[in-house]
Write a protein that binds this ligand. Sequence first.
Ligand SMILES: Cc1cc2nc3c(=O)[nH]c(=O)nc-3n(C[C@H](O)[C@H](O)[C@H](O)COP(=O)(O)OP(=O)(O)OC[C@H]3O[C@@H](n4cnc5c(N)ncnc54)[C@H](O)[C@@H]3O)c2cc1C
Length: 430
Amino acid sequence: MAEHIHDCIVVGAGPAGSAAALQLARDGLDVVILERGNRPGEKNVMSGVLFTDKLRTLIPDFHERAPLQRAIIGYEGYILGEDELLRLPALRRYREDVHPPHLFTVFRSQFDAWFAQEAVDAGAELFTATLVEDLLWQNGRVAGVRTARGDLRARVVIGADGVNSTVAEKSGLRAPPSPDEVSLIVREILDLPAEQIEDRFTLRPGEGVITLFTGTVSGPTGYQGSFYTEMYTNRDSVSMTTEVPIDVLLACGVPAYDVLAARERHPHIARLIRGATLREYQAHLIPWGGVPDLGCLYGDGVLLAGDAGKFTNTYGVGSWPSMSSGTAAARAVKYACEKGDFSRDALAVYLELLDEEEMVEMQREAREEWADERRQREIVAQRPEHLFRIARRYYRDRVSEEKHPYSLWGEAYHSLVKPVAPCIFAGRWN
Ligand SMILES: Cc1cc2nc3c(=O)[nH]c(=O)nc-3n(C[C@H](O)[C@H](O)[C@H](O)COP(=O)(O)OP(=O)(O)OC[C@H]3O[C@@H](n4cnc5c(N)ncnc54)[C@H](O)[C@@H]3O)c2cc1C
């Protein structure tokens, strides 16, 4: 009997893979999702904020059905000294002009399982506990996957298998990311009763806030780099993530757990999490800086979406870009199936579809920002006081502009705080 050939195999049931499978199934294509975890989401980590830009177009009533925690009403930001703290202007919007609200905290273990089920309900087949180990090739084209449970064939394979993508590596499309292209993010979830969360963070039931801290890390080598801690309010727990670029950790010679311990000793953070009990620790890599060449996102019989294709924006947000790139990949597969051509030339349509989703521009910005940040790090190391003065002035000018509050904050945080964090304690705020 001839071996069955699926239209598409999607590797990975994260947001990119489930968005791709949902779109393919809705388009009537024969699609299989392969997920290494025992259930979707089991292996996945996110600080916790779901950006719903793409989700609301895929599933307009998601807010009534998806497992959401709290709707985010604002951001707060602090610069941490040893035992001091500088509070940056905070923004809260108590009345949302968008319904449903734009941002929600979620647990990936719950959200990914729900989202994958949406794809299954639309007609996709899902196999869990199935690790893809290699690709199958035929006439120089990817023709399926090899798993510990057997081989599976398809016209196109979508690699939606995250930052350390097996599909990217085995297809030869993209080398594994280098240390300056990934950050290590450690996350802990601390149980705290809902009333205490609402009291300490000044929230009403159902409302959530994101609190951002930046500080410096230095170790035995004398090298000083910055870390970022973000605190997210869930229904009855608080998630804290700390991010340090891998090359900074290596240069400082500091283990990640030392950064965590120093952060939790800070009096302000200690007050916010007093009495909370640790539920679990997680750690994951996040890709930075986009891809150097968009041509590495597609090949003969293969496409990369989500973190596998480094679709995170300049702020490390990947929930919505992964869904957008997954949807674009699905549409490229549909186009190839209609043409009966699964070559790299035919699948190049992916770039046009990514462009329609504004993903080409996002990749370009992510690459530029990454290069800028590397330059800024060098300047900071050479002339900390000078840069600090410029940054402070820049920030003051920006604050006076009337802009959308979230983008104002995003811009202030990422253009001021991140680049200058290493020199703040050398130069001091005054
Ligand atoms: C700690 C952290 C915090 C973050 N915080 C945020 C945030 O607050 N908001 C936001 O928008 N973004 C955030 N991001 C980014 C966001 O989580 C990712 O961009 C997004 O999850 C990417 O989705 P994905 O589907 O491409 O990959 P993933 O979510 O990584 O999913 C990949 C899937 O593939 C599976 N898989 C991997 N290899 C194989 C294999 N060989 N065979 C079978 N299955 C495989 C995995 O088990 C997983 O289910 C954060 C990232 C990290 C690491």
